[in-house]
Design a protein around this ligand. Structure first.
Ligand code: HEM
Length: 563
């Protein structure tokens, strides 16, 4: 007869706790017929418990996802837009064929108003905003960018604080304030570049670039795209690395590598898992590694020569120390500094080259423009003296030409934002759910006839000289300085966004507008920009803005003027 005192199987379950509560390990064999049976049973129950816990957590995650999806659908469907349920077929076709996204969004805005939603997929909502007031609101309130943006820069440049998709995400490794202070110190550094040297020869970089033109012109013509890219490369390189950049033997290789890496970055970053098995991907990674090595080399050279880079980099390192304390070490590690500099070179060169090329093409399309600019340049500075920033700030028609070129051909068709964590409440009672992609179609905003007038599509720098737009504001110049137009009626300033706006706006806006103006002034002072004779047929027909797109990369000739 079994002893009921030592083993009442119905009273105490076969759990570890149950066994302990009965008589302890010594009693197990008698009670259940051996420790193996007990352990088997214990493992079975443990496994079941784990499976249940797993199942419950997966169900919970799925429920949260489904709830978020339902919320996205519910809030999304309140925004005006076409009735596509899962993904808009029109948008899918445009994205697949790389077609005209601006034209597509333009049709939708004319049917649905200034805010339009579109389903990119069942869980991806795209909201396009065109109204200037709402655009400002979007760009100020939404601080995140698409994760793809951050991935593209991370893939090419490694760890970096600038260009991240979300300020929140970087907080894991560095503080949000640190990212913001890095941006701020970079902006100050860039803007100070115009004032370094006081009243003397204040833009050494451009002079150095100009000195190279004769050697470049040894070929019989220049193609405007590579010339613009080369100019942009030199301006940004010399600004970031100082004099060390001008006698750097690897500069040519560096420029080539930058362009190769910039070309494919977005494509490779679009893979959710990096396709390391593909030889072309491995080649891309090798290029990035070489680029990084060269960047480290020029940073070292620049630091050793104590040239311009060191002021910003040293400032960065100091900020890192101050914020985080010596125990944690500087957060602006060498790796991050190198990543940031690679990112700036990649972004700055492509955008600036686009604008320079755009202006050069205008110069050959409109010979009268060149004459007008030259007259202003000659009047603003003494023929024998060096050009200075203050001279350029007086050349309002030149500044207006740079702005008008940026208005008509911005660096990209869309500004993009998203608010990854929080819903965004905009005027007109519109709520954009968290995670939705927000886009601002720049061509539509910057060529809106209701803001810019019926000639919005035409090239007319004079519009920037009227009192309803503030050039001083665009150049972020202190009010009252340099004779800028200081009208407070700047409705158009809200619709002029080639450098974006809000906390993710371009920190190079003032610097690059002035640098490009300085470059064009220096160029036109000495050279006449002419189209290559082979272009004469295309130029014979009447020229207007639409013509511009047929000349994406015109051949140009620079002829030295007789002074
Ligand atoms: C003509 C030349 C340039 C153009 C047209 C341009 C345009 C832009 C645009 C459209 C943005 C995004 C703004 C937004 O989303 O609101 C941007 C961001 C930025 N740009 Fe530029 N840019 C130029 C040159 C430069 C240069 C020379 C630098 C620095 C050397 C620079 C540094 C930055 C930085 C740090 C950001 C912020 C990125 C972020 O927060 O994600 N840019 N730029």
């Amino acid at each position: 007869m079994a002893s009921s005192s030592s083993c009442d199987a119905t009273a105490v379950p076969f759990t570890l706790l149950g066994a302990l509560l009965t008589a302890g390990p010594a009693a197990w064999p008698a009670c259940v017929g051996g420790s193996r049976a007990f352990l088997r049973d214990y493992a079975q129950r443990g496994t079941n418990a784990l499976l249940w816990a797993g199942l419950l957590s997966v169900t919970w995650v799925l429920l949260v996802r489904v709830a978020a999806l339902l919320r996205l659908w519910a809030l999304g469907s309140r925004i005006p837009g076409p009735h596509a349920l899962l993904a808009d077929p029109g948008l899918a076709a445009v994205l697949r064929t790389g077609g005209d996204i601006t034209g597509f969004l333009s049709k939708l805005h004319s049917s649905y108003g200034p805010v339009v939603r579109l389903w990119v997929g069942p869980s991806q909502l795209l909201v396009s905003v065109k109204d200037p007031t709402l655009v400002r609101e979007v760009l100020t309130k939404a601080e995140d960018k698409l994760p793809l943006t951050g991935r593209t820069y991370n893939l090419a440049c490694g760890r970096l604080g600038l260009f991240v998709s979300s300020f929140e995400k970087v907080c894991i490794s560095m503080q949000r304030n640190h990212v913001k202070s890095t941006r701020e110190s970079l902006k100050i550094f860039l803007n100070e570049k115009h004032t370094i040297g006081g009243g003397q020869n204040s833009f050494k970089t451009i002079d150095a670039v100009m000195n190279r033109i004769d050697s470049i012109m040894s070929k019989d013509f220049l193609d405007s795209r590579s010339f613009s890219q080369h100019m942009a490369f030199n301006i940004i390189g010399a600004t970031l690395f100082g004099d060390a950049f001008f006698n750097w033997s690897d500069a040519v290789t560096y420029e080539e590598l930058l362009m190769m890496v910039a070309k494919d970055g977005c494509f490779w970053a679009s893979y959710a898992v990096c396709p390391f098995w593909k030889p072309s991907y491995r080649r891309y990674r090798t290029l990035c590694a070489k680029l990084k090595m060269l960047t480290e080399g020029i940073i070292r050279k620049s630091r050793d020569q104590n040239s311009s880079l060191s002021t910003w980099v040293l400032g960065e390192m100091m900020t890192g120390h101050c914020l985080h304390g010596a125990a944690e070490g500087p957060l602006s590690s060498d790796e991050e500094i190198c990543g940031n500099i690679m990112g700036l070179m990649l972004h700055g060169i492509s955008t600036s080259a686009n604008l320079i090329g755009n202006i050069l093409t205008r110069l050959i399309l409109f010979p009268k423009l060149q004459d007008q600019l030259r007259a202003e340049i000659v009047a603003a500075c003494n023929e024998s003296s060096e050009l200075e920033v203050d001279d350029v700030l007086r050349m309002r028609f030149l500044l207006a030409t740079v702005c008008e070129s940026a208005r008509l051909l911005p660096a990209g068709p869309l500004l993009q934002r998203c608010s990854l964590k929080h819903d965004l409440t905009l005027g007109l009672g519109i709520t954009v759910p968290a995670g939705a992609i927000l886009v601002v179609p720049l061509h539509l905003v910057q060529m809106d006839a209701s803001v810019w007038g019926n000639d919005a599509g035409q090239f007319n720098p004079h519009r920037f000289l009227k009192k309803d737009i503030d050039l001083g504001d665009i150049l972020a110049a202190p009010k009252g300085s340099n004779g800028m137009n200081l009208s407070t009626e700047c409705a158009k300033t809200d619709s002029f966004l080639p450098f974006g706006s809000g906390s993710r706006a371009c920190v190079g806006q003032k610097f690059m507008t002035l640098a490009i103006s300085m470059l064009i002034a220096s160029l036109l002072r000495i050279y006449e920009v002419q189209p290559h004779p082979s272009l004469s047929k295309e130029m014979d027909t009447e020229v207007d803005s639409s013509h511009f797109h047929h000349l994406p990369n015109p051949k140009i000739i620079l002829t030295k003027r007789r002074i």
